[in-house]
Design a protein around this ligand. Structure first.
Ligand SMILES: *[C@@H]1O[C@H](CO)[C@@H](O)[C@H](O)[C@H]1NC(C)=O
Ligand SMILES: *[C@@H]1O[C@H](CO)[C@@H](O)[C@H](O)[C@H]1NC(C)=O
Ligand SMILES: *[C@@H]1O[C@H](CO)[C@@H](O)[C@H](O)[C@H]1NC(C)=O
Ligand SMILES: *[C@@H]1O[C@H](CO)[C@@H](O)[C@H](O)[C@H]1NC(C)=O
Length: 458
């Protein structure tokens, strides 16, 4: 208890010194990840990311957290600097190591169209396309390795006859059959858009939008607004509203929007940007209708939890919340911030029965956390290699936590738009729980609550 009380008193004094709402400072203590915690999540991400799209998601997470000026969400004009600034050389080392490893495993870059990695998915390897493009752009390895050819081959592969497509031109997510997966929107269109912006190829930027438009036409259910997971194939379709798939779609659209927005095409793609923005909010509107009082999504959004194949999934919850913060800072859409805040506070909080002061940093940065194991694995999560089954370690889930943390921090820095600024019911309940049986602590909470109400009313 004593630490709780200390934090409460500290927040009162700090708030008077800083002229800030005490809640903000309390929040800062209770529901944000520390650097140590984010590094622990990042370490588990690095250990577990092996498959093509896991590396692609990890690459994006590294940019969003540690090299933000190279992330499309930063307010930097695209194309980015070709000379990597000194302070980013070290953070980008592990990022470019991904491109180096991928290239080391390609037998030859001189033989035309081919994917960056061999994979049953036509789309997933392309999630590493931007990493390889940036390796070329910044002159990695003194141009002794042909990153440009590798990126071009990946692009050509997607447009080649090796990959099936629908009559209107929607590229298949799979190589062996024509099949559309919601995941595609994260893997391919951001690569097309980035490629187009780097090479001044307007057609390619337009393709990024066009592929999303076609995918939405097939996968979005007009009644619920939710995206179905997998359609059109001869085997292995899944017409359920997979939560992670809805997150992939929203996150992919946000990246394409941001890429266009920061490029020379910002003015000439107004209608496309508008569509992308409204398609993102359409997903948020549809998914958050179904979230229950736990603020954690089930694996299949509209199915009861007692149905087989359904369970609470912290992984999609983190991704979707991350997209809400990005939509707020980037698209000025704030309607779902309250939901994202509740999900984030829940994901980043201690167990109700673990008092704040019980956390022992020396043992584990995550001891007593509700949604992390002591080693820093997000939990519970869908098995990332078998989407209808609960798993235990998810590389993509680890990446989503990093994206959530990064997206939240930028939203906070931009002035927390869309938040009432008040003490959420969640935070109040947690703090009262944290007080245990201490009367003094409860009194402090009441005083703080009144202080805050007063603060907000003036
Ligand atoms: C970000 O940088 C920190 C400090 O170097 C590092 O520990 C962490 O692993 C990096 N995060 C990611 C996602 O790579
Ligand atoms: C590769 O980098 C060079 C600059 O070094 C640039 O001129 C070229 O357009 C880049 N290629 C791609 C596909 O981005
Ligand atoms: C743009 O990219 C597409 C797809 O690779 C290609 O067919 C086309 O020739 C490119 N256009 C220009 C002007 O380079
Ligand atoms: C799931 O729960 C609902 C409502 O609690 C109940 O009506 C239904 O029979 C349950 N289904 C299964 C498969 O247990």
């Amino acid at each position: 208890m004593s630490l709780t009380l200390f934090v409460l008193l500290l927040s009162i004094s700090l708030s008077s010194i800083l002229g800030q709402s005490p809640t903000l400072i309390l929040f800062a203590y209770a529901q944000e990840l520390s650097d140590t915690q984010v590094n622990s999540v990042s370490a588990r991400l690095e250990e577990s990311a092996q498959l093509s799209w896991e590396l692609g998601a990890r690459a994006q997470a590294i940019l969003e957290l540690n090299a933000t000026t190279y992330s499309v969400f930063s307010n930097t004009r695209l194309p980015p600097a070709s000379n990597v600034p000194q302070e980013l050389k070290q953070p980008l080392q592990i990022y470019f190591a991904i491109a180096q490893e991928i290239l080391a495993n390609i037998p030859s870059t001189s033989d035309g169209a081919r994917a960056l990695m061999s994979d049953g998915s036509a789309a997933d390897p392309a999630s590493n396309g931007i990493t390889v493009l940036l390796a070329n752009w910044t002159g990695l390895d003194n141009k002794n390795v042909d990153y440009e050819a590798a990126a071009r081959n990946q692009l050509d592969f997607l447009f080649s006859d090796a990959v099936p497509r629908t009559q209107e031109g929607a590229i298949s997510h799979r190589v062996d059959q024509l099949q559309l997966w919601s995941d595609f929107v994260y893997m391919v269109p951001p690569f097309f858009a980035y490629y187009g912006v780097l090479t001044g190829n307007r057609t390619l930027v337009r393709e990024a939008y066009e592929k999303i438009r076609l995918y939405r036409q097939h996968l979005r259910d007009t009644r619920t607004g939710l995206w179905k997971h997998i359609l059109l194939g001869t085997a292995g379709n899944d017409d359920g509203y997979w939560a992670t798939g809805n997150g992939w779609a929203a996150a992919g659209m946000l990246r394409v929007h941001a890429t266009i927005e920061h490029s020379e095409y910002a003015d000439s793609f107004k209608k496309e940007k508008e569509d992308l923005g409204s398609w993102v909010s359409e997903i948020h509107d549809a998914v958050y209708k179904h979230i229950d009082s736990t603020s954690i999504f089930p694996n299949y959004i509209d199915r009861p939890l007692n149905v087989s194949g359904n369970f609470y999934d912290a992984s999609s919850t983190a991704l979707l919340a991350a997209t809400v913060y990005r939509a707020s800072t980037h698209l000025q859409q704030h309607a779902f911030i309250r939901h994202a805040e509740q999900s984030r506070e829940t994901l980043f909080s201690l167990n109700p029965d673990a008092h704040i002061g019980d956390d022992n940093d020396a043992v584990s940065p995550f001891s007593g956390y509700r949604h992390f194991t002591p080693e820093g694995w997000l939990t519970p999560v869908v098995n990332p290699h078998s989407y209808g089954v609960e798993g235990s370690r998810s590389a993509e889930g680890q990446a989503f936590v990093v994206m959530l943390h990064a997206g939240y921090n930028e939203w906070k820095a931009a002035g927390r738009q869309g938040s009432a600024g008040g003490w959420s019911r969640f935070a109040l309940r947690e703090t009262v729980n944290g007080c245990g049986k201490s009367l003094l602590c409860l009194i402090a909470v009441i005083v703080l609550g009144f202080g805050q109400a007063l603060y907000l009313s003036v």
